[in-house]
Design a protein around this ligand. Sequence first.
Ligand SMILES: Nc1nc2c(c(=O)[nH]1)N[C@H]1C(S)=C(S)[C@@H](COP(=O)(O)O)O[C@H]1N2
Ligand SMILES: [Mo]
Length: 323
Amino acid sequence: MNIIRRRGWEIPESQLTPEHLAFSRRSLLIGGASALALAPGAAYAQRASDAANLPDPNADLYPAKLNTKYPLDRPITDEKVNAAYNNFYEFNSTKDVAEQAQKLPIRPWMVKIDGMVEKPFEIGADELIRKIGIEERTYRHRCVEAWSMAIAWTGFPLSKLVEMAKPLGSAKYLHMETFNNPKVAPGLRQSWYPWPYVEGLTIAEATNDLAFIATGAYGHPMLKQHGAPLRLAVPWKYGFKSIKSIVRFSFVDKQPVGMWEKLQKTEYGFWANVNPEVPHPRWSQATEEIIGTGDRKPTLKFNGYGEFVADLYTGMEKERLWA
Ligand SMILES: Nc1nc2c(c(=O)[nH]1)N[C@H]1C(S)=C(S)[C@@H](COP(=O)(O)O)O[C@H]1N2
Ligand SMILES: [Mo]
């Protein structure tokens, strides 16, 4: 496949307008003299080098109000632990990616919404977040590698984005895609991975209230290693479904094939719902290591979220729901 796609940071000025306006309006309020001194053209010229460090125009939205519908059964993982133990294969395949991930320019960040929708469009992540608004939620996170954490995310229900996209009746799935710029993320030069990272959900899953787009964590905008500026959190599924640093949401009628499924479909499937009774081909899923504690806990079916999501799968017993 050799489709030329523009990345968020390679978009012509004309398409950047809403994002740029949101930024400059705010920098006039908070940035003071330097913003006033730069003519708009000069601001654009500067952007290439400063892109990684532009201030977040939505910083005032944090910390957001906690939604108490999803209480935890365990303490929240210490932020320092969480920020230093990450999976982000675009950077490297160890858990030590935090430093490399800082090279990812996240502002401006354009998101494409396309496929089977009334009218495809692009929107800046900052504008999208401001438009929809954010709340805090505490979620468990269970990686397929049998470890887990608990996180206080900030963000918005994915259902709000689906609503904004106005999908056609023919759309059955939501396909999501991560940035793919090997200049900033060296893992993307490892050609044995079928980049870009992609993942998918059914529309019913995507509009379930638990499916969340995280924009922040621990009461502030999200650190880059967690997948800033927009990252999925689907806590009833194994962690690889929770795709990071999303640049595109496409509505489609064919079941998406995720990057891990493309690579190793005997081990990673589309549904990937957490189930302690169904082992991974190479290890048990019965228990999980709680990162940062030295403890192991029994793993819960649907990672403990069955009351919210089990209904999505009734009558689907023949599907490979658990890996
Ligand atoms: N784009 C992208 N998204 C990704 C991954 C990745 O490598 N690249 N790793 C996945 C896996 S396997 C897990 S467990 C979680 C890890 O999220 P965290 O680092 O914020 O804990 O991100 C998921 N999303
Ligand atoms: Mo994972």
